[in-house]
Write a protein that binds this ligand. Structure first.
Ligand code: CTP
Ligand code: CA
Length: 227
């Protein structure tokens, strides 16, 4: 099939996708961040756009090219990410794939912090960042009908992910096994279990596959949900 002749089962649906890390400045040259390439979130945005959705991708700093057919909003911090996601609502679908920094410095220094030679180490005070997935899951009338998050876990993967789904109030969690032995971080493959219910009877274990494979599988699952 040519691209333009491909079926567009998500035509008329709006989606917002978060991707990449956030950078939380310590001073003008230093920041706090989580490890994230943005590969998974970008691939999801592209897969949803290929299925015909009107997609806004809100992304932290990544080195990836913009996915085709997607509106890209670039941000640095978690607070900017939340603002950009809220500006993209209302939407039918939200997928939070970003690796948001859980904390930021309470007071960003206006000038570069200097080592003064005395060996005194700066005592960084941290504040908790907004939780974008939880905030939009609980956003009342503005809540997208289908809110999806990720849970990257290193042990008790599905149990931790199931608890996270309930805590955040999202509809689905894609539990991703990132135990060092799986080689997921920095690698191209993900091992996903889709959690959509309160117990394991509704769990869907997907074969280990590339991040673009996961994006296509998620897009197919979303299409099934709406059909
Ligand atoms: N998430 C978010 N905003 C945050 C933190 C997380 O939107 N401030 C989203 C992520 O994009 C992901 C999901 O929440 O979809 C789970 O992120 P994770 O870091 O696993 O959850 P936390 O609640 O931060 O728990 P922890 O890091 O302690 O495991
Ligand atoms: Ca976290």
């Amino acid at each position: 099939l040519e691209q333009q002749d491909a079926p567009k089962p998500l035509a008329g649906k709006k989606a917002v996708v978060t991707s990449g890390p956030t950078h939380e400045p310590i001073d003008p040259v230093r920041y706090i961040a989580n490890r994230s390439s943005g590969k998974q979130g970008h691939a999801i945005a592209e897969a949803l756009a290929q299925a015909g959705a009107d997609v806004t991708l809100v992304t932290g700093p990544v080195t990836l090219p913009d996915p085709a057919g997607v509106k890209v909003v670039r941000i640095e911090t978690a607070r900017e990410m939340l603002e950009a996601v809220q500006a993209a609502l209302p939407a039918d679908i939200a997928v939070c794939a970003a690796a948001v920094a859980d904390w930021r410095t309470a007071d960003e220094a206006g000038q570069k912090l200097k080592k003064d030679g005395s060996g005194v180490i700066p005592d960084l005070k941290l504040s908790e960042n907004p939780d974008i997935l939880a905030t939009i899951s609980k956003s009342g009338p503005m809540r997208p009908g289908l809110v999806i998050g990720f849970a990257a876990e290193t042990e008790n993967v599905t149990a931790h992910a199931r608890a996270k789904r309930l805590r955040k109030g999202c509809d689905w969690i894609l539990a991703n096994d990132v135990a060092p032995a799986t080689g997921t971080f920095g690698g191209d493959d993900n091992e996903i279990c889709l959690i959509s219910g309160d117990d394991e009877t509704s769990d869907e274990r997907w074969e280990r596959q590339s991040k673009t494979g996961v994006a296509r599988a998620l897009s197919a699952r979303i299409i099934k949900h709406f059909s």
